[in-house]
Structure formats: C-alpha cells, structure tokens
Design a protein around this ligand. Structure first.
Ligand code: NAD
Length: 471
C-alpha cells in the first residue's frame, strides 16, 4: 500500500540513495571491462558496470555447484530473501526508476511479483521435494529486470540447482542489487553467481557449455532460436530450455462492450510501461459501428497520460529503454505518418529516449508482421461478419502470448476464447499481469516453449526425474 507511511518514507530514502556498482558476483576472482550505465529518462550516467570477461566466466563455471542444503533450508532462505526485497524497496525503486525508466506503480508491481515468485517456488519445493538437475543458466531481459530475473533464479534455486545468472545489458545494477540480497539471505556464493555482460559473449558462453544442465530464458524469439541451436550442439541431449519470448498481442472489442471500461483497459494495456511489456496490447480490433465513438474516447484518454521522468511520482509513461530500442519504433511511426495513418499522438519530452504514445490505423485486418516494443497501438476495424477473419489473422501471426476480449455476449466470449491461440486470455479487463500461483504466465507458438512461469509445472521442468520407485 503506497499511501502507507513507511513505504513513502522508503521512497523518500530512495532519492538520496547511492546505487551499487554493477559487477560479476562469483565464487572467485573477477575481471572485465567497465562501461557507464545511463538513465534513459535523462541520458545522465548513473553508475558503471564491469562486464564478465572470458576468465571470469570460466571461473564461475568451474566454481558452480548445486545447492546441497535440504529443501526446508532452501525454502527458508528464499523466504528470507523475499523479506529483504521488501525491506529494501527504496533502493529497488531508485534502481528501477533510474536504470530501467520504471514508474512507481510498475516498480511496485515488479517488487510484488518478485517476492511472490520467491515465496511460491519455496512452497512448491517443499510440496514436491525436487532433486536438482545441476547448474542452470538464467538469461533475462531488461523489461522486468527484477521480477523476471528473480523468478527465473528462485525457481532454479528452489529445485536445488546452482545458477549462473546473466542479466540484460541494460539493467546490470538492478541485478547486482537483487543478487546481493539473495546472498545476504544465505544463498551460497558458488550456488548463485552473477555474470553481467553482452548476450553475444556472456549469454552465448552460458548456453553452450556442457557443464550447464538447462537454460531458462526470457527475451526475443530470435535470441531463443540462437540459444536452442547452441544448446542442441553443446549441451546434453534432453537439457531443458524454458523460453518465454515475444508476442503480437491483440484485443477484440465488439459493439456490446462497455465503452468506458474498454477504453480504460485499452489505454492501460497499450501504453503502461511505455508499451515495453511482452503482454502489451499491440493490435486493437474494433467493431465498425462503435469505432468513431471509441476512437474519440481513446484520444481523450491518451491526452490524460503524463509523460516524463519516472523519478517524478506523477509520471504515467516513462522513456523506452535506450536509443537502440527507440530507433526502430520511431522509424515505424514515421512510415505510418508518410501513409497518413496516424490517428493520434502525444508530444514527447525533448531529452531522454522517449517515444510519445501513438495510435496508428492499419489497413485491413491482416495483423502486424512484427512486434513493435513501445507505446504504439495499432487499430483495425471489422464488420460483424468478419469476426472469424479477425481471429484467423490473429492466429496467423504464429505468436500466442496474450489476447483480450471485450464483449457481453457469453456464447461469443466462449467461442472466441476457444478459437484464439494465446497462453493468457483477458476477458472484459485489461491485458496486464498474471498472478503467481493461480494465473501462471506464458505463451504458445512463437511466444514460448516450456511450462508457464508461476505455475505448478515449472519446478518439475528444472528438476531431475525422481528415481524409479521413489514417491
Ligand atoms: P533479447 O532477446 O535481446 O535479450 C534477452 C537476453 O538474452 C539478454 O540478457 C541478452 O543479453 C541475451 N542474449 C542476447 N543474445 C544472446 C545469445 N546469443 N545467447 C544467449 N543470450 C543472449 O530481448 P530483450 O530486448 O532484452 O527483451 C525484449 C523481448 O523479450 C521482447 O521480444 C519481449 O516480448 C520479450 N519478453 C517476453 C516475456 C514473456 O514472458 N514471454 C517477458 C518479457 C519480455
């Protein structure tokens, strides 16, 4: 609860706090080159990262060990880590806002999801008493630098594995903070090692070494392909890959939808976190007869969004993560502008890597060809008799992560939900979030392979099969 005085005091503390230097945290000596870390909202340097070099990666691989402690001790340690995360929300918010451009509600959501993962996998481990696979590599993205990073590690550790964690290039400081807290909670240094660095070097090394028994990955579909092929060549046959990847997420709003609710959910699903959620709404299909009215309402709701530095607690939409991410999004918007397809756009702050929330009309109902990872919503309209063509276009993308539907016809809801390929369905609500333990998250097709995160099949996938005859 953010109105709670201690929470606000911690956020107040965050403004004064010094962030740690990001560096490899391994059971051995480290070396590597140091680079600046920038704040995407301002372009200012906020710290530095030392990236793991080849010698550091080798030292970590040589020292890596499964977690020999009994399951009760592992679970207690993960629960202690959850408490430490909560107690340190101030510095966590400072890191999320300054390194990842996260607004306060997003930072709160990340903290909550991270501690939910720690506690859920602790309880799951006690329930199923898994045996470790060995040493697992965890490769994570920058867009949920605390929650996904922690979820991957917590699951692998709960099952008793050793973990080699490779955070995204853009968010090494948050990762350093998280691993320091996990070590402080009692996870041994040889059991959890942090290796910041580039995907093509550190990531590639950690997914192509035969000492690695399995890989947990979240990121783009292209990188998942590279990892799968490296694993097939170098790892033991049968080494598991859990991959959570991209999406081309759609929402259908038919003429029976409640307009105010639908618009609120559309705008939140498309623009919250500056559209940098794998689950974010990319393609809105609006039934033609309500389209003019709803488009006008979307314009109005977009105008209410406050763009700016997440350090200002009033901000709704922060920057995109860096210039490399911004370039292709801006090029996509300019191409639409050249064709006269911009329906609405806001103004972006001049400094920092901002992209103004933008609404684009797409010609016809053929869905977008690729994921645009930013605050850009695409809109197509359909006539009642075209509903099945819309479903066909959504399924033809090959992705299957999230899907939203606003309709008050029960039989239609049931039928559309049955026909659309998606790992997570959101009916008459926004397309945001999952609930660890009760609504696990994960996609189908190009969106991922392996069990859903925060669900009961996840730990077994990171565990050795029980010996025959054992209970
Ligand atoms: P990315 O694939 O570029 O990077 C993800 C991680 O992979 C990074 O740590 C990177 O360093 C590493 N990597 C890059 N090349 C590698 C290689 N050759 N070998 C091993 N590791 C390598 O993705 P990103 O840009 O950081 O994240 C955005 C993407 O993640 C989007 O496509 C988004 O949809 C997806 N995503 C999916 C989910 C989900 O749950 N399905 C959640 C969040 C993000």
């Amino acid at each position: 609860d953010l109105s709670d005085e201690t929470s606000l005091a911690r956020i107040g503390d965050a403004r004064a706090v010094d962030l740690p230097e990001a560096r490899p945290l391994i059971a051995g000596a480290t070396s590597g080159e140091t680079h600046p870390v920038l704040n995407p909202a301002t372009g200012a340097q906020i710290g530095a990262v030392t990236e793991a070099d080849a010698a550091t990666i080798e030292a970590a691989l040589a020292a890596a060990a499964p977690w020999a402690a009994p399951v009760s001790e592992r679970a207690a340690t993960l629960r202690r880590a959850a408490e430490l995360y909560e107690e340190n929300f101030g510095v966590i918010f400072a890191a999320l806002a300054r390194e990842a451009g996260k607004c306060l509600p997003d930072a709160v959501g990340e903290l909550r999801e991270a501690v939910d993962f720690l506690r859920y996998y602790a309880a799951e481990a006690e329930r199923i008493a898994p045996a470790p696979l060995g040493v697992v590599s965890a490769i994570s993205p920058w867009n949920f630098p605390l929650a996904i990073f922690t979820g991957q590690i917590a699951a692998a550790l709960a099952a008793g594995n050793g973990v080699l964690a490779k955070p995204a290039e853009q968010t090494p400081i948050i990762a350093t903070l998280a691993v320091e807290l996990l070590h402080r909670a009692g996870v041994p240094r040889a059991v959890l090692q942090l290796l910041p660095g580039q995907g093509a070097t550190v990531g590639a090394a950690l997914t192509s070494d035969p000492r690695v028994a399995g890989v947990v990955f979240t990121g783009s579909t292209e990188t998942a392909r590279l990892i799968r092929s490296a694993m097939a060549t170098h790892l033991a046959p049968g080494a598991p890959l859990i991959a959570e990847t991209g999406g081309l997420n759609a929402m259908i709003v038919d003429s029976t939808a409640l307009p105010e609710q639908a618009v609120r959910d559309i705008v939140a699903s498309a623009f919250r976190s500056a559209g940098q959620r794998c689950s974010a709404l990319r393609c809105l299909y609006l039934q033609e007869d309500i389209a003019p009215h709803v488009i006008e309402m979307i314009r109005g709701a977009m105008d209410e969004l406050r763009l700016g530095d997440p350090w200002d607690l009033e901000t709704d939409v922060g920057p995109v993560i860096d210039e490399e991410a911004r370039g292709p999004i801006l090029a996509h918007i300019e191409a639409a502008r050249a064709e006269g397809r911009i329906l609405h756009e806001l103004a972006a702050p001049a400094s920092g890597t901002f992209v103004a929330p933008t609404l684009i009309r797409v010609p016809g109902i053929a869905a977008l060809g690729r994921e645009i990872f930013g605050p850009v919503l695409h809109l197509a309209t359909f006539r009642a008799e075209e509903l099945y063509d819309v479903i066909g276009a959504i399924n033809a993308t090959g992705y299957g992560l999230t899907f939203g539907l606003h309709s008050r016809i029960d039989t239609r809801v049931q039928e559309v939900a049955d026909l659309v390929h998606a790992g997570n369905l959101y009916i008459n609500r926004n397309q945001i979030g999952a609930v660890v333990g009760s609504q696990p998250f994960g996609g189908e097709g190009l969106s991922g392979t392996g069990p859903k995160a925060g669900g009961p099949l996840y730990l077994p996938r990171l565990s050795a099969p029980h010996p025959a005859g054992a209970a």
